[in-house]
Design a protein around this ligand. Structure first.
Ligand SMILES: Cc1ncc(C[n+]2csc(CCOP(=O)(O)OP(=O)(O)O)c2C)c(N)n1
Ligand SMILES: [Mg+2]
Length: 362
């Protein structure tokens, strides 16, 4: 590889939680690190619960975040309140940190539009998560253009997977971000798989970060299982964008420890040995091991925190389950201003069916 394409790669913690580079100055702020740990643990527990709710038919498909908690939590912890998040579907961790309620996330995956109408005014300008691959990268450039035109010192942060970086939308977004020097940060969650397609056959470039170079701005890799590394580099990228110094692409190297979604069975295409190896690197245990080494964490504190987070998840599940279901025909709303005849007929059919079911239930 030409030297120019050798990009920075940041890692502070080895998989066993031991420091493997000179730590950033803020790494002795244990209140901060414990806050990050709490959010990572909360995400992991929420994730387990969401999968269980899907398995028992109480929500629809869900995209687990397991293995990628450090990325979302570091993004959430470094963004300012008035920045705008333009997320994709594996962003539970960052959405919760921004102020999206866990019951809203359950509503979303339960097929209820109200899950994207965030109650907390702090997240009113964040986007709903995006399922069409990579389209959100362009939306983020639109947001960043608005910030630039208005002269605001705000940043648009957008996330996507490794597979998404092969999409035209992603490359077009990089191009416009570089051409217009937009205040945007692209975070690529490289979890090594795009459903059943492994990273090595998605793209011939040695790194995904180097795609930024073709667009004229900085790209770098970080260890996405090391929350300290992602936090550190996010801070730098956000500051650069805020000062009008242009975009950054951060490729976070992680691993999708779970299935692609609850509709997938990854054992059909992934070697068990690879997954076992990836568990050795995972982010939650890594930060926990670091905190234990620093003498600020122990089994007792862990147990108390697990209890606290489980109670928080349970409260969200109860709030979700206590929500009166939306009318079934809402699934067809917000697409057409004037309803096409065929869809209007389907709406009537749905209404009648729903009404009949109510009668059945009596
Ligand atoms: C435009 C579009 N094409 C195809 C799909 C189907 N699809 C859903 S997820 C996915 C793979 C995405 O992989 P990656 O970008 O690596 O993200 P990950 O799910 O691994 O986080 C595909 C092809 C889609 N949602 N949108
Ligand atoms: Mg992926």
């Amino acid at each position: 590889m030409p030297d120019k394409l050798k990009l920075p790669h940041t890692r502070y913690l080895a998989p066993d939680g031991a420091p493997c580079a000179e730590l950033p100055a803020w790494s002795d702020d244990f209140d901060l690190l414990i806050r990050l740990y709490r959010q990572m643990l909360l995400t992991r527990l929420f994730d387990q619960k969401a999968v269980a709710l899907q398995r028992t038919g109480r929500i629809g498909t869900y995209a687990p975040t397991i293995g990628q908690e450090a990325i979302g939590v570091a993004i959430g912890a470094t963004m300012q309140a008035d920045d705008v998040l333009v997320p994709y579907y594996r962003d539970t961790a960052v959405q919760v940190m921004r102020g999206v309620r866990m019951e809203e996330i359950l509503l979303y995956w339960g097929g209820d539009e109200r899950g994207s109408a965030y109650v907390d005014p702090a997240v009113a300008e964040d986007f709903p998560l995006c399922v069409p691959i990579a389209t959100q990268a362009l939306h983020a450039c639109g947001v960043a253009s608005a910030f630039k035109i208005r002269g605001q010192h705000r940043v648009a942060v957008t996330t996507c997977g490794d597979g998404a970086t092969s999409k035209g939308d992603f490359l077009e977004a990089l191009n416009v971000a570089g051409a217009w020097q937009l205040p945007v940060v692209f975070v690529v969650n490289n979890n090594q798989w795009a459903i059943s397609v492994p990273r090595r056959i998605q793209c011939g470039a040695p790194t995904l970060a180097q795609k930024a170079l073709g667009a004229g701005f900085a790209g770098e890799q970080v260890d996405g299982n090391d929350v300290l590394a992602v936090y550190d580099r996010m801070q730098v990228a956000l500051e650069r964008a805020r000062q009008g110094k242009g975009p950054t692409l951060i490729e976070c190297l992680s691993y999708r420890l779970g299935d692609h979604t609850t509709a997938d069975d990854a054992t059909r295409y992934r070697p068990a040995e690879e997954v076992k190896q990836a568990w050795q690197e995972e982010p939650v245990a890594r930060l926990q091991a670091f905190l234990v080494r620093q003498g600020v964490w122990n089994a007792q504190r862990e147990q108390a925190l697990v209890g606290e987070c489980q109670a928080e998840v349970q409260r969200a599940v109860e709030a979700f389950e206590a929500t009166t279901p939306a009318p079934v025909e809402d699934a067809l709303e917000h697409v057409y201003g004037k309803w096409p005849q065929a869809l209007a007929e389907q709406r009537e059919w749905l209404r009648e069916r729903a009404a009949r079911r109510e009668v059945d239930h009596e």
